[in-house]
Design a protein around this ligand. Sequence first.
Ligand code: FAD
Length: 620
Amino acid sequence: MKTVDGVSRRNFLKGAAIAGAGVFGAGMLAGCTSGQHTETAATGAESEQSTAYSLMPGVYQSTVEGKVGPMVVTTVVSEDRLVKVDAGGIESKQFGVLAINTMADEMVRKQFVDVDTCTGATVTSLALIQGVRDCLKQAGDESAFSQAPITESHDEHLSCDIVVMGSGISGQAAALSAAEAGAKVIMVEKLGIPGGAATGSGGAILAAGSSLQNEADGNMDPQGLIDHLYRYSEEQATYDVIKNTVEHSAEIIDWYTSLGVKFQVGECYGTPIHYSHRAWNPDGEEIPHPAGGAIPHPSSGSNIFDRTYPAFLAAGGICLLNTKVTELLQDDSGTVTGVVAMRGGDTITIDAKAVVLAAGGCEGSAEALAKWFPHTNEGMVGGSTGLCNVHDTGDGIELGLAAGGYLTGGGYGQTTGMYSPIPAIKVTMDGVRDSDEMHSELNEDQGSQFKAFYDSGTEYAWTLYGANTQDEAALKALESAQEKGVVFEGKTLAEVAEAAGVDAAGLEKTVERFNEMVAAGKDDDFGTADIAAYGTYEEGPYYLVRYSPGINGTIGGLKISMDSEVLREDGTKIDGLYAGGETCNGEYMYRLYPSGGASLLWGSVSGRLAGQAAAKYVSA
Ligand SMILES: Cc1cc2nc3c(=O)[nH]c(=O)nc-3n(C[C@H](O)[C@H](O)[C@H](O)COP(=O)(O)OP(=O)(O)OC[C@H]3O[C@@H](n4cnc5c(N)ncnc54)[C@H](O)[C@@H]3O)c2cc1C
């Protein structure tokens, strides 16, 4: 068995992120170039193949297509060595920076171009490899550095005080909080990039009474936020869990602020809630978003990790990237004693006095959704943005259940992106109109739309088009729905209803009433502002367009205490086991996503409480 640093058999490494087979310095999230990385140790036993090349020494460049635009790859070669690889352009400023740095270092270290792609940044990774190959072609040998180094597979044994499974918002909050309290922490992340779902998020966090808010808006009443969250849970969440979360919210923002995170305070995404703090990078450039510019990138969860991750490493924590936790270790009394993890073919056993499960929900696994979240379906995976963390497959929930924990929550997803505001009526499977269609999904009406959707007990909702529907945005939406194959057609209302499987009598009744309201110029049912814009449904062809909400995450998971300890059904705690974030949010929300910022608040608070409680437990 080889040791991690080649020095000691059981060793705790200080301040390092271990990415695959190499250990790199703390600058990974701070956007440093590959040349600035400091390799401090090697975990594998790799040796280069001695192959003679005959390249034209020089600096070569190639422009390749990355995930969000062109990426300029620079490759420096001597006659027979790969000297440096780097990449610039849009890609290197945001999404792919970690993938590029990690892979570029590895290529040079191994003298091998086709290194493993970075899970979570595959397009960027492949683009980098292609760019380097193009450069080598210019240097005279496209296939140079193709021979893989010989790698000896090996197992490792580490020890620390606390293992944190997952490096998303809750994992980083837990890991940094525990490290700040003096614990030796290893954060284990199965992807090649830390940050989880929040890296692609809008970075909004709801909070009441932060110092920033007090300066900007005057003192925001915590009770207002508690009431909002509880109302959106349809009074199904546990009130004290919401209260506890909101009561810690100001401290969370003040903590992030003290680490250097900048926030924009105020309203967010048009929600009625003015408690939002958006993690903001004032120097961040507006760059195209993969989902179509929905989230301006100066505002992003990455702006939080730019501060928390280096702070964690600086506090002596280590992060194992590309490493998947597969097993929880417990002694005969059920006390947690560590984890087993896999990196490639290697097994890493980590002895620890406590473990924090912060592995997100299970929006990426149809099997786990079917098992634990009966009100979701496979078609919802990806949400409207396609950006949900498809790598969250319920691993933390699974391990917590196996250790003796139990599930809470109603089995729903965090719904998103079902409707866009167009003047065409929306109906349920019963043909019943359910809301004011002109309200965007990101405001107050979002709740009623999703509520109506769930209440109709179906996977789908519908928008009705007639000859009267001439609005430009509506016609564009119809065109795109036609491309997706979710449009049903009929000459009459009865015909279109039958084609779609919608209740025909219900639809006819709804249309009759709606036409009367258009004629009267007033929407007595849902108060839409400009009912005349819809026109009256009198003439076909009619179309029913099918919708299903997407999910950005799940609502449910393990039952935890107010200190984020994982509990058994009899109320006792599983010694040494804690959880945070979507792995355990079933008592905080119910089935409607209350407002942008609700999840990052939960992840931050539950994670920080888990880290603090675990640190206290291990030092007792
Ligand atoms: C597009 C989008 C925008 C959003 N915007 C906002 C917003 O503005 N405000 C807000 O409040 N919420 C927002 N959300 C929701 C929010 O981002 C998530 O709810 C939150 O980030 C979840 O955090 P988490 O720590 O629980 O899980 P995650 O962030 O998913 O982190 C879990 C981590 O665990 C890792 N992992 C999983 N299994 C294993 C394993 N076996 N071993 C090791 N590691 C493992 C995963 O790779 C992942 O990195 C948004 C979500 C999406 C998708």
